[in-house]
Ligand binder design. Structure first.
Ligand code: 28G
Length: 668
């Protein structure tokens, strides 16, 4: 039942009252309306990637529609379920998508939402379309990338269902039951033709994101279920009356707080912009900020725009930091709290801080490497003004807290000055500059960073195989001794004293921390290659955490990769396949190797492969699978690292149990 573009446009006109071809249908509205072919041709353009991140984007896109319905005031509860076979079902108790039939085509209004691509479009003037994820392309993209998708609408006392396959209408809307409430249910199975890397949803990724969404929208209750294993169903329900304030409390954990009451602002700022007709109109920005100091030295600042995590910051975060530094500095000066020669810098005011900045903007611009940075300049002054006033008032009303906070900032300031002096004194002796390193790096011949790769390989024996198997023209190998680096036993700062980590920093060439310079990178591909067991996982987490904290630019530039070595080798006579997932192994047994006396070898570690095998499966650009590390992944690694290192035993136990498939030879 293919549709031509004109009939689609007619439907949109009918649905929204807008004519896509008319004069007034300008840049602020849906620009291009198309069928879904482009999505299947270039899925990455619409969901960022077809890897694990892209797979989960499908869930965010659907859930965001439920969140929009909740923010519009009609829904309060969302349920997200992973069903057997990695099918996703999302349910909300909103009004139910409109299903009235188009007078000419006689198709339900909801159908267009799932079959028409709103390419490059923005949503109606002034509305807070919480177009989520980093792409905000909606239900039609999910439909296009699903083997099948079913929508059930509860409305008018009835239940209606329509089914799609690979984005195409395959039947009519069927009325099949009564219902005493309203809502929408979307069920879909991602298409294996589109997602080659994995079709397996990660409950933790979904649970965390839904918990975050519940923190950011206090009206919502969100339930997350994993029903894939009938013997072990998992369920979590989140509702936070305190919203972002509760988020701050959650992130602070059991650290000692300096100000007992969380400092909080909830307000509306307005700015002017030109609408599609060129008239000046006022727009509202909803601002919510919550913050509390604790006695640690970390600063945890999370910012969001329309529920999208802006990892790369932007003008809302800048406005917050500006106000913080300005107001604290002025308070300290006015109250004569600074000794002579003392001053407070912005950095000093950030230590020991937990803050959430969440704004809702009708027209957000997302910039940066990962489109996770807010580019709207007007927001800076709005947040700075709102937060400055709140903070000023808090300090005036709570002089005891004010004094504790300023003293903490001064402590940071003194520590920073002392550290700088120490660094300057030892700089010449820094091991990074010296030749005393006994590096095991086997470098490549190529000196062009854009063509050079470095493999960080766990274990001496795998390192040896990698050195023999590699193409030494452009592949460098640095073996890392796993035992030394096991995250459970090593503090991150101690990693800096580790010879192999030092060799790695030296080999990469960019320097670390404040001295980091991406243009000095000697390789534009740095590949982490570890065993698929719990130690390998830990080393990978440590390295990602290390890069995230000390060499973040490498991640932002997209230079960091994780290699996926095969888990199995299946062989029958001269037929041979390397297999990278359990699902694929099962598939091969039922197809290609069915009825044959095949042999399956399970690789426990890289060390079990000979140089030739390692080259063929994991290093040869023709066959290897490399997963590019995104900032999100590194943030998750960083949090996991904190958890593994932290004092609480319970979450660590849970993590290890959740990763029990690695637990062949666990050493806790
Ligand atoms: C369960 C998974 C995902 C949704 C609704 C409800 C309405 C709706 C959705 O309307 C057209 C575009 C914006 C108004 C609106 C129902 C008005 C009256 C709705 C969802 C017209 C779409 N009755 N619930 N869309 N809108 N839930 N959950 O998708 O202007 S999508």
């Amino acid at each position: 039942m293919e549709k031509d573009i004109d009939s689609i446009k007619n439907e949109i006109e009918e649905l929204t009252g807008d004519n896509p071809d008319s004069e007034g249908y300008g840049a602020d509205k849906i620009k291009i309306l198309k069928g879904l072919e482009p999505v299947r041709e270039r899925p990455g353009m619409y969901i960022g990637s077809t890897g694990v991140t892209g797979l989960h984007h499908l869930v965010w896109e659907i859930v965001d529609n439920s969140v929009d319905e909740a923010l519009a005031g009609y829904a309060s509860h969302i349920v997200v379920e992973i069903l057997p076979d990695n099918v996703i079902r999302v349910t909300d108790n909103g009004r139910g998508m409109p299903i009235d039939l188009h007078p000419e085509t006689k198709r339900p209004a909801m159908e267009a939402i799932f079959t028409v691509l709103h390419a490059g479009g923005k949503f109606g003037d002034g509305a807070y379309k919480v177009s989520g994820g980093l792409h905000g392309v909606g239900a039609s993209v999910v439909n296009a990338l699903s083997e099948w998708l079913e929508v059930t609408v509860l409305r008018n006392g009835k239940q209606y269902t329509e089914r799609f396959e690979r984005g195409k209408v395959v039947g009519d809307l069927v009325e099949h039951d009564t219902s005493d409430h309203t809502g929408t249910i979307v069920t879909f199975k991602p298409d294996y033709e589109m997602f080659h890397e994995t079709l397996v949803f990660d409950y933790e990724i979904i649970r965390k994101r839904m918990q975050e969404t519940a923190f950011l929208n206090s009206i919502l209750t969100i339930t997350v279920n994993d029903n894939r294993n009938p013997e072990n169903p998992v369920s979590n329900t989140y509702h936070y009356d305190g919203g972002v304030k509760e988020y701050v409390t959650f992130l602070t954990g059991n650290k000692t707080v300096l100000n007992k009451d969380i400092i909080y602002n909830h307000s509306i700022g307005t700015y002017k912009e030109l609408n599609s007709e060129g008239q000046e109109v006022k727009r509202d920005v909803i601002i919510e900020v919550a913050m509390q100091y604790n006695d640690s030295y970390n600063s945890t600042i999370y910012s969001f725009v329309n529920n999208v995590n802006t990892h790369e910051g932007g003008h809302h975060e800048e406005g917050f930091k500006m106000a913080l530094a300005r107001v604290l500095k002025k308070y300290a000066e006015d109250n004569k709290m600074l000794k002579k020669d003392e001053e407070l810098t912005r950095e000093d005011t950030l230590e020991g801080l937990v803050a959430i900045i969440s704004i809702k903007h009708p027209n957000p611009e997302f910039e940066g490497q990962t489109k996770a940075k807010l580019g709207n300049p007007e927001v800076r002054a709005l947040v700075s003004k709102a937060w400055g006033e709140t903070l000023e008032r808090f300090l005036a009303e709570n002089p005891k807290d004010a004094q504790t906070i300023i003293e903490k900032c001064l402590l940071s300031s003194r520590a920073r000055i002392a550290a700088r002096k120490a660094r300057e004194a030892t700089r010449r002796k820094s091991p990074l500059d010296s030749l005393m390193l006994n590096s095991k790096l086997a470098d490549c011949r190529c000196k062009d960073p854009s063509k050079s790769e470095m493999y960080l390989v766990e274990g001496d024996s795998a390192g040896g195989s990698a050195k023999s198997g590699r193409n030494s023209n452009y592949q460098a190998i640095l073996p890392l001794r796993g035992k030394v680096l096991n995250v459970q036993k090593v503090q991150l700062t101690r990693a800096l004293e580790n010879n192999e980590i030092l060799s790695m920093i030296q080999a990469i060439g960019t320097g670390i921390g404040e001295e980091f310079d991406i243009t000095k990178a000697r390789y534009q591909k740095i590949v982490i290659m570890t065993d698929a067991d719990v130690d390998g996982e830990h080393i990978c987490i440590l390295l990602l955490t290390f890069f995230y904290r000390f060499m973040r630019g490498l991640i932002e530039a997209g230079y960091i990769y994780v290699a996926k070595p095969p888990l199995y080798r299946i062989q029958y006579a001269k037929q041979l396949d390397y297999v990278y997932s359990d699902e694929h192994l099962e598939e091969l047994k039922k197809t290609k190797y069915a009825g044959k006396k095949y042999d399956v070898q399970r690789y426990k570690g890289l060390g079990e492969m000979d140089p030739q095998q390692l080259w063929e499966t994991t290093m040869d650009p023709k066959y290897r699978t490399l997963v590019k590390v995104h900032l999100d992944d590194a943030i998750i690694a960083d949090q996991t690292f904190e958890m593994l290192m932290g004092e609480e035993v319970e979450p660590r136990k849970e993590y290890i149990q959740a990763n029990a498939h690695f637990a062949d030879n666990l050493d806790i």
